[in-house]
Write a protein that binds this ligand. Structure first.
Ligand code: MSP
Length: 497
């Protein structure tokens, strides 16, 4: 249990209505955590909420509430959804937690002592929707809303000082920014001189933030505050032992739109504070509806709640994991969801389950038959299952989750073929022992496939394993309890018409 695995999601803006994009990253982190937990790693999974900034302050004002009351009212929309989606996070952080505020102040002090913070007057274009200063060029591309010209005195972090050190780190640590095309994107960006980062906002303009420890007229820029959550949660500045046990993080999972803040701001902040960098920042693509990104402004957001209410949690988790090639964009359509569900879950997986259980109930009084002595066909399935476990492990460790799932399904499809070829439903009439061996082999294969799919569909797989009277999550061959009486269960994956 010693090998640690620490994974994070972005902390989501508390003001947003949770949508499929948030659900996706959180489910992905959950699948990776459950997988690593299953292979004996000491896992820690963090998610949470980003609660400071102008938008929260404005929304609260409109509602006649204090910003904190507003955050408290909004937070359960996320925590409720995570419970519903079987998210097994170890910690839920909110940037308004006292503990986090202390850590942000501590980091600011350390960076200040380093001589990496200075005050200066700045005039520029400010996008309220992005909560940051933008360049003239960015203002022209039309992506930023609520742009104002602002001139004010602020504090700056000497990000430029760490440019070369960052480039070296990225080049010598091939896994630091993943996938590769994102690494190249950042290296391209770093070919131009890096600006320093404005890390304060005057309270006269925005007061919903963490006060700077060295000037009470200012609050901390929301991204500087938010990124620090990743070290707060594991005990930085509070519990040194715990911190060194968990940090550096194995993965920061993010969407591609927040790559610069994670791959440039965050590592330079850590360098200045003398803290080790995370092992890997992994940027996934976007879920698209048709050709465009799902977004609130476009009004094409798929509400995860609706999907779950209609089809159940685990099929939605399955679809999201099976359909996205990590690192690329994927298209979300209800049609492809239904097609995927029917072909993989209802047909391949569900059919194998109902075939074996029906035959065992009908011919063996519900008792799992004896495997007898395995013949060539069965020995080959057994060795395929061993190869499958090794392949799936490699693929998941290489962040090729969709391929891992496809491998498992290929295995299940082959077991269905084995059933058709040997037709135990005919054989059982003359040779019960031989038919029993086939049914045992098919059921054991189904069990192994199910255990491998547990991280993706924890709920339905648990029902299935319970029906097979096989609760442990051991995926080596022979885990099925011969002689145990199968338990009746509802159809796990009824066909969607
Ligand atoms: N609060 C910041 C993150 C701070 S982390 C220190 C933030 N929050 S967010 O709520 O706007 O977005 C969080 C994540 O959701 C981002 O990684 C973003 O890429 C992701 N998604 C938003 N829409 C998405 C899709 N349509 N598809 C996939 N993920 C997308 O940014």
């Amino acid at each position: 249990m010693n090998d640690p695995f620490y994974i994070t999601t972005p902390i989501y803006y508390v003001n947003d209505k949770p949508h499929i994009g948030h659900a996706y990253t959180t489910i992905l982190a959950d699948v990776l955590t459950r997988f690593n937990r299953g292979i004996g790693k000491d896992t820690f999974f963090l998610t949470g909420l980003d609660e400071h900034g102008q938008k929260v302050q404005q929304a609260a004002k409109r509602l006649g509430m204090s910003p904190k009351e507003h955050c408290d009212a909004m937070a359960p929309r996320f925590t409720d959804l995570w419970r519903k989606l079987h998210i097994s996070n170890d910690y839920f952080i909110r940037t308004t937690d006292d503990r986090h505020k202390k850590v942000v102040k501590k980091v600011l002090e350390v960076v200040m002592e380093r001589g990496d913070i200075y005050q200066s007057e700045y005039e520029g274009l400010y996008s309220i929707s992005e909560e940051r200063f933008i360049t003239e060029k960015e203002a022209e591309n039309g992506l930023y809303r609520d742009i104002k010209k602002i001139k004010e005195k602020n504090y700056f972090f000497k990000m430029s000082k760490y440019q070369n050190q960052l480039i070296d780190h990225i080049k010598t640590n091939s896994k630091f920014i993943q996938p590769n095309h994102r690494k190249n994107e950042i290296l391209g960006f770093l070919k131009n001189p890096l600006n320093d980062l404005c890390i304060s906002r005057p309270k006269s303009r925005l007061n919903w933030g963490i006060e700077l420890p060295f000037d009470h007229n200012y609050v901390t820029y929301v991204w500087f505050d938010a990124l620090i959550n990743y070290i707060t949660a594991v005990g930085y500045g509070i519990d040194n032992r715990a911190f060194h046990k968990r940090w550096p993080a194995s993965y920061h999972l993010i969407g591609k739109d927040i790559l610069t803040t994670h791959a440039v701001y965050w590592p330079t902040m850590l360098m200045s504070a003398g803290i080790e960098l995370p092992e890997s920042i992994f940027a996934h693509g976007w879920w698209l509806m048709g050709e465009s990104k799902m977004s609130k402004t476009l009004g094409n957001v798929v509400d995860p709640m609706d999907l779950i209410d209609d089809y159940g949690v685990d099929p939605v988790r399955y679809y999201l994991m099976r359909e996205m090639v990590l690192g690329q964009d994927a298209n979300f359509t209800i049609e492809s969801f239904i097609q995927r569900y029917n072909s993989d879950l209802a047909n391949d997986f569900g059919n194998l389950l109902s075939r074996v259980t029906t035959l065992i109930h009908k011919n063996y009084d519900g008792k799992i038959p004896s495997p007898g002595v395995l013949q060539d066909q069965e020995l080959s399935i057994k060795s395929n299952s061993e190869a499958l476990i090794a392949d799936v492990t490699n693929m998941i460790e290489g962040m090729r989750i969709n391929e891992a799932i496809e491998k498992i399904m290929q295995f299940i499809r082959n077991v269905n073929k084995y059933m058709e070829k040997n037709a135990p439903w005919k054989m059982v009439k003359e040779d019960k022992a031989n038919a029993g061996r086939i049914l045992y082999t098919a059921t054991e294969s189904l069990r192994i496939g199910a255990v491998l799919l547990f991280p993706v569909m924890p709920n339905r797989v648990s029902v299935l394993l319970d029906a097979l009277r096989s609760k442990n999550l051991n995926y080596s061959w022979g885990g099925l309890n011969q002689g145990a009486i199968l338990k009746k269960h509802e159809p796990l994956f009824p066909r969607i018409k």
